[in-house]
Ligand binder design. Structure first.
Ligand SMILES: Cc1cc2nc3c(=O)[nH]c(=O)nc-3n(C[C@H](O)[C@H](O)[C@H](O)COP(=O)(O)OP(=O)(O)OC[C@H]3O[C@@H](n4cnc5c(N)ncnc54)[C@H](O)[C@@H]3O)c2cc1C
Ligand SMILES: O=C(O)[C@@H]1CCCC=N1
Length: 395
């Protein structure tokens, strides 16, 4: 394999250029390099950075999904996470189990129970009466039930991102950070201009997170993506460690309207549990550091209410609030597809706040599309054409 040293100009043609070194672009580049493809991964910010969606110490990994297509992909995703951890000699997740909590009549709750049974995932069903006997820290309400997914746990997100980028480089890939892509010229050979140089490749993968539509606009494509600024809240345990990994407290996902609330056992900040609202305030990624109006913070109020009603051993006031971006599609399914006009431009976008755990499979699928191979899963739920065509621009 031909290799250019880091920083050395590369005059010839790459097989693939991947734009965006978040978890999705990094896994895509890793799969390509492992398959011997000459791959360049471009990132606008010096790495590591905390301006997109892939930073932070933790993410939930679970097989409890109401949608069959994700439950199916998760089987392989667990294997690929395991494999990457073994290659790097560092574990990338900790099994804690997860509880899905909801009204026992809720269709989404019932679909989660069904997929867990169908995929023979080890777990247990609890009633509102039986749950506190097993997990005294949670106080469910009448008519609610919980189902556990014992395979679930916490991914060490920052470590995972660094590991996949290291493994990509170890396989011969080139990662150029601090280089913003400013222009893309489609063609049989795609020409990519950055703030530092010009590169050419046979195919291009765009995995730009909340910046996806900014890169797609000059390529005459706009996806129905909403970018949201998310408050990542940490809450103090009244007794340090009572809701911690060492006390075997699980992750949880509470099916609430209009958006779910989820939590992770205390670990990354001793004495603090991560409990978040699965939505946020609309924000341009360039404006992510500007706090929204105080009136636009219903998420924190909802979280306070949830903590005081369901988690009696947690102080109902956030102790630490960090930030991250979601990029949501209208149905919260991902976009994994070719550009409708330029078939050698592949798009991975709209991961809607649940894409980290699936990144090993997403990266494999995007790499397969860029190599012209048949993807190993049906991509119907992820096609661009599922969205109604935008109205024609005014004359
Ligand atoms: C608070 C929070 C909690 C979450 N919890 C979970 C969870 O528990 N489980 C789970 O599975 N998922 C979770 N997610 C979702 C998951 O983290 C995201 O789906 C995933 O990180 C998306 O990755 P990405 O690579 O698409 O985007 P990003 O990480 O944003 O990466 C895109 C990259 O592209 C770069 N880029 C953009 N434009 C350019 C350009 N012009 N030139 C060069 N580079 C460019 C950006 O700088 C960025 O680094 C959570 C997300 C958040 C925010
Ligand atoms: O994907 C996940 O597991 C988390 C928790 C539920 C809501 C979104 N992200």
């Amino acid at each position: 394999m031909k290799m250019a040293a880091a920083g050395e100009p590369h005059s010839s043609l790459y097989d693939t250029i991947v734009v965006g070194a978040g978890i999705q672009g990094s896994f895509t580049a890793y799969h390509l390099a492992k398959r011997g493809r000459e791959t360049l991964l471009l990132e606008q910010f010096p790495l590591p950075h905390s301006r997109g969606s892939s930073h932070g110490q933790s993410r939930i990994i679970r097989r409890a999904y109401p949608q069959e297509h994700y439950a199916q992909m998760m089987a392989e995703s667990y294997r690929l996470w395991e494999q990457l951890g073994a290659e790097a000699g560092a574990p990338l997740y900790r099994q804690t189990g997860l509880l899905v909590l909801g009204a026992d009549t809720n269709p989404e709750f019932q679909r989660c129970c069904q997929t867990l049974v169908q995929h023979r995932v080890p777990g247990e069903l609890f009633t509102a009466e039986s749950l506190p006997g097993r997990f005294p820290g949670i106080r469910p309400h009448d008519g609610e039930a919980a189902v556990s997914d014992r395979t679930a746990g916490v991914l060490y997100a920052d470590r995972a991102l660094r590991t996949v980028q290291d493994e990509f480089r170890r396989c011969g890939g080139a990662l150029h950070d601090g280089q913003k892509v400013t222009d893309i010229k489609p063609g049989v050979v795609v020409t990519v201009t950055t703030t530092a140089g010009v590169y050419r490749a046979k195919s291009l993968v765009i995995t730009a997170g909340p910046w996806a539509n900014k890169l797609l606009a000059p390529l005459r494509l706009q996806l129905p993506l909403q970018t949201l600024r998310i408050n990542v809240c940490y809450w103090k345990e009244k007794v340090p460690g009572a809701y911690g990994v060492s006390a075997h407290f699980p992750c949880f996902m509470a099916i609430c309207a209009p958006h779910h609330i989820y939590g992770l056992p205390s670990n990354e900040y001793p004495g603090l549990m991560k409990i978040c609202y699965h939505s946020g305030s609309p924000a341009d990624p360039e404006e992510r550091d500007r706090p929204p109006e105080a009136s636009a913070l219903p998420d924190i109020e909802r979280l306070r209410d949830f903590v005081s009603k369901y988690l009696p051993g947690v102080v109902p006031e956030p102790a630490v609030v960090e930030h991250c971006m979601y990029t949501n599609t209208p149905d919260e399914d991902f976009v994994l597809d070719r550009h409708p006009e330029f078939s050698n431009i592949i798009i991975g976008a709209g991961f809607s706040g649940h894409g980290f755990k699936l990144a090993p499979v997403v990266g494999k699928l995007l790499s397969q599309l860029s190599m012209g191979e048949e993807p190993s899963y049906a991509l119907e739920p992820f096609r661009i054409r599922r969205f109604p065509a935008p109205p024609p621009a005014a004359p």
